[in-house]
Write a protein that binds this ligand. Sequence first.
Ligand SMILES: Cc1cc2ncn([C@H]3O[C@H](COP(=O)(O)O)[C@@H](O)[C@H]3O)c2cc1C
Ligand SMILES: O=C(O)c1cccnc1
Length: 347
Amino acid sequence: MIDWLAAPSRVPDHAVARAAAARQDTLTKPPGSLGRLEALAVQLAGLQGRERPSAARVRIAVFAADHGVAAEGVSAFPQAVTGEMLRNFAGGGAAIAVLARELGATLEVVNLGTVNDPGDVPGVRRRVIAPSSANFCAGPAMTDAQLDAALMAGAASVADAIDAGTDVYIGGDMGIGNTTVASALACALLDAQPDALAGAGTGLGAEGVVRKQRVIARALAMHAGVDTARERLRCLGGFEIAALTGAFVAAAQRGLPVLVDGFITSVAALAAVALRPDAKPWLIFSHRSQELGHARVLAALDAEPLLDLRLRLGEASGAAVAVPLLRMACALHASMATFAEAGVSEA
Ligand SMILES: Cc1cc2ncn([C@H]3O[C@H](COP(=O)(O)O)[C@@H](O)[C@H]3O)c2cc1C
Ligand SMILES: O=C(O)c1cccnc1
């Protein structure tokens, strides 16, 4: 057991947020006319503790891991893809690698344990816990020590991000079978049924989705007695989802704003908030994924995402696509003229 999860989250600076909101009302536009871009700038100001917030320095950490439950045939793709994609992230050909380049963002890729392990690859950090989590239909997905290691991998990534001077942190996922894992964990955290949360993932047909829902129902029955957030994460999670959970808790504790990606990362956010409710103000939700359960998970988090582009990829791709919105919100906030500066009449 580790106790760092017990430390409180930072409290956003409400005075700075109020000052930023007041500035918004002096800018040459009808008050409120820039809608959520105004709210974003004000929120970021409070989180960053500066009246002129920034989303210039973005750190994207993609956590990759394999899942024992893949043996139940719950994905349209073979498990070997997880390890293969690690090379693709490092080689620059994966969607998130392209987006990170486009944004000038730092991309960190972390291998937490893959069955088809690519070994030492430049650009991939090895924090291997085990080749995969265990099949949670037969027992807990992780041991306590494995869960600790995964949570710590996320916290270490956030510590690096802060040392490097990061304005906004983004976490991403890669792991064949992880929509099954995220759905199972969300079912347990929300007391929901598999047919409400488990969808097509990488592209299962209707029959495959039903099989996947049955697999999740078996897992939920197996772990029905488990009643704390930490134990739910240990029994029904996976290494990358636990790392994302640890990263989000650590980011809130250290005062680093997080842009949350799609279904998988939102379930990690749900777990983080279950562990530490005071982490929630630090999470900004980027988009609504096409994955069936995402809307429900977002609703449970009271989150209204910025975008809905019908993405269903993960890897942090949706969060990356939302970064330009944050940057534009910050630029408008910092650089628009006030009514007084521009000599424009007020209402
Ligand atoms: C080539 C490829 C790249 C991906 N990048 C993210 N995912 C996403 O899809 C997987 C989850 O879907 P399921 O639960 O159906 O396996 C995860 O690896 C997730 O990161 C990918 C999937 C594939 C096939
Ligand atoms: O929204 C996601 O995170 C997602 C959806 C489908 C497959 N992998 C990830």
